[in-house]
Design a binder for this molecule. Sequence first.
Ligand code: NAP
Length: 484
Amino acid sequence: MVSRVIPVDPFDLVVFGGTGDLARRKILPALFRRYCAGQMPEGSRIIGAARTDLDAASYRTLAAQAIRDHGGGRACEDGTLDRFLGIVDYVTTDAQGDQGWPDLARLLTKDLVRAFYLSVGPGLFGDIAQRIRAHGLANGQSRIVVEKPFGHDLASARDLNRTLATHFEEGQVYRIDHYLGKETVQNLMAVRFGNMLFEPLWNSQYVDHIQITVAETVGVGGREDYYDRAGAMRDMMQNHLMQLLCLIAMEPPARFEPDPVRDEKLKVIRALDPVEPHHIVRGQYDPGGEGPGYREEVGRPRSTTESYVALKAHVSNWRWSGTPFYLRTGKRLVARSSVINVVFKDAPHSIFGPEAGRHANILSIRLQPNEGITLHVTIKEPGPGGMRLTEVPLDMSFAKALGPDGQDPPDAYERLIMDVIRGNQTLFMRGDEVEAAWAWVDPIIAGWQKRGEVPKPYDAASTGPLDADQLMRRDKRAWRGIKP
Ligand code: NAP
């Protein structure tokens, strides 16, 4: 199936932090891939901005290297990279001083969409937003894109929202959670709201429980200081896992448009019960394999920051009353895997008798790797020997079945950046959503601190602390395996 590419209007995109890790690993390669796909019309420009003193030619060299290193050149014609570099520019700019701003203002084209991507630490959001206004960089079609972490707690998230609101309307602010840009996440909405098959069963009458797992094999290498101040709860649970929970649990929005979708997500967060302390497990990895343990890696032998968290949540509304949501995320686990499992209840009565076995239907939504959706259904085990039941997967692997010409689906950053240019905020978090998520998370963290809780150790390359298995076993349930 060949994907349809709808060109956007010409734009100027300024990447503050254009020399940084995120720009090199994700933003520049994603932009190049969209250019290859023919989505960027003539007249569009990408301008890197950071303090490092570079001329445009040196920045183009940096961009070319980043694109080569990070898979930007997939299925591109020869010569495309050179043409792409022709639309790339750079201005040495100090977010906290005056250097560069008049040059940036001169470079921007009148009347084009202007997107300002703040790929810098949140401490600079206010400085940059204020200077964009003060130096007249914003026009009627300006958008500002900000990365996670959006705050450290509710108070700091509110501060950031207030700061951005001083200079930009909420309709111009794009808070990125790249999980929402994944093909599967949008397909989850298509599966739920575009079919008659699932939605009638999507409630506590038919769904036993839901598991959301985001497992990483990497440790905290390279981000030690940030991570040790954040931990898994702030770094992953408050944003990515809660966003996935919202999309699974939300009511059908009236339209697939930014505010109807975000209103429904917000209602889910507000319906979350506070989490009981015995429904949460925190963990921290021990040394194992080739790698050091968490404390050694961050260089703090007494750190009590969690690199793993699992919890049981309840969405208290009519649809989900009595159906628990089990969420877990961690580092240095056995495999890299992000998956949502919707586990349906057993059939009320087995006409085949106990010896035939029973298998619950499970809808597995895989976000990475191998994005796709699998429905596990029960059938007769083939062959003679009586009626024994077995589970088979009905597989929708997007890469194989739906990817353009057998390619992988577009990277989340490709889709999200193009949505920014189009002015479509549906897949971006609204300020009140972020604040509501912090309001749910803050008391959990405060409880740990008050009780002086220390995370449970777990083996590197395992599925996490044993207590997390116990969390499920107490409810006569089990986690699905963490598989690559
Ligand atoms: P980074 O590698 O440290 O890059 C920071 C960038 O900001 C550099 O280009 C730096 O360039 C620039 N910068 C710093 N101070 C500046 C100033 N005063 N004026 C102008 N530019 C300044 O950080 P990163 O990993 O790219 O992360 C950027 C943001 O994205 C952070 O908020 C991070 O939490 C978030 N994020 C990153 C990732 C990731 O995978 N890296 C993933 C999700 C979210 P100069 O030193 O040349 O000024």
